[in-house]
Design a protein around this ligand. Structure first.
Ligand code: ATP
Length: 264
């Protein structure tokens, strides 16, 4: 069963096709201009695809990268706006978020820090009780501690309410242990789409003597050669190898960087 399904082309996006199960947490990663914001806009229904279609089952909330809000509104006014604009509104949930992140209700949006503005938009989005929450670089303006805390709180929302979360990010080091699915975009194409644990089990880095051919079966993601040594990142499914070759699993960050390097 899927709660999000897409098979779309739009501007730079080319035949991007995937489905996501309910309650999943998906990290959308890709170089600048690879199409992340475009895809989130299409999923949110803000941009019609040039080709294909996308669908989301249930209520959707979307927080764009630039977090558009009236600068003259006070934080409390934004909550009131949320209450009036949404058919379903959970004041406790929105208010609770602002309290947890100590956002002053009396200040105007224009006087808040970038991180505080992020919290207001997240409170507004969560107050609408979305089944699917789309976030475009939600962590960008947050300090390292706040990033961890926001991700923890969002995962609690996913676990407690069955919400499905899709967020774009450039901070790949921070998606390990958070995202259970990865969508990796490059130049508008979907390079990788899968369960993060399965992807990590499939990809193995083999290092050994200089060799012009991969030492194991399977698609080679990236090969690097030094004077006397070669290394191959292969989607080998964990195939074993004899000495003098060594094999190790890679981190999610290494996996992402290798795919992007290959596509560059
Ligand atoms: N209105 C538009 N008309 C045509 N092309 C557009 C339009 N808006 C964006 N694009 C192009 O679509 C491509 C993807 O842009 P998008 O903003 O989706 O990338 P992104 O992955 O979110 O980038 P970043 O990481 O820098 O935020 C870019 O090449 C961009 O120039």
């Amino acid at each position: 069963m899927s709660v999000v399904a897409a098979d779309v082309s739009k501007w730079a996006l080319r035949n991007v096709s995937f489905e996501l199960p309910p309650g999943s947490v998906t990290a959308m990663v890709g170089a600048n201009g690879s199409g992340k914001s475009t895809l989130l806009n299409v999923l949110a229904g803000h941009l019609p695809p040039d080709w294909g279609h996308s669908s989301i089952a249930g209520r959707v909330a979307y927080v764009p990268q630039h977090k558009p809000m009236y600068k003259s509104f006070k934080v409390a006014d934004v909550l009131q706006f949320g209450r009036r604009m949404n058919d379903v509104w959970d004041e406790e949930r929105a208010d609770g978020w602002l309290t947890r992140f100590k956002v002053p209700r009396r200040l105007q949006i224009g006087d808040l820090s970038g991180g505080q503005r992020t919290h207001v938009t997240l409170a507004l989005a969560l107050g609408a009780r979305p089944d699917v929450l789309l976030l475009d670089e939600p962590l960008a303006e947050l300090d390292p501690l706040a990033r961890q805390k926001v991700m923890r709180e969002l995962l609690t929302e996913v676990n407690d309410n069955g919400m499905t979360l899709i967020f774009s990010t450039h901070v790949v080091a921070e998606i390990g242990g958070v995202a259970d699915r990865l969508l990796l975009l490059s130049n508008g194409r979907l390079l990788v789409n899968g369960d993060t644990d399965e992807l990590l089990e499939e990809h193995v880095l083999y290092t050994g003597p200089h060799a012009s051919k991969s030492p194991v079966e399977g698609p080679v993601v990236l090969a690097k050669h030094g004077k006397s040594q070669s290394s191959y990142l292969v989607r080998s499914g964990g195939a074993r190898i004899d000495e003098p070759w060594t094999a190790r699993y890679v981190t999610l960050e290494e996996l992402v960087v290798a795919h992007l390097e290959r596509a560059a």
